[in-house]
Design a protein around this ligand. Structure first.
Ligand SMILES: [Zn+2]
Length: 61
């Protein structure tokens, strides 16, 4: 099953609902993949306002 990216928080998911914000505003039109292991110490996580570990899309259309 192809992954989709949440257009709200950019979290990648294979389901129909974002496991983080419980919305169904998912998009299969995304670019880039960011894996956040350490939200506290990651500059990318800060810029993207990510506070939880996970796999995120860089850009979601
Ligand atoms: Zn989300």
């Amino acid at each position: 099953m192809p992954e989709k990216a949440c257009s709200t928080c950019h979290l990648l998911t294979t389901g129909n609902v974002c496991s983080r914000c419980k919305t169904q505003t998912l998009s299969d039109d995304f670019t880039g993949l960011v894996i956040i292991f350490d939200p506290e110490g990651s500059g990318i996580a800060k810029v993207m306002k990510i506070k939880e570990k996970g796999r995120y899309a860089l850009k979601v259309r």
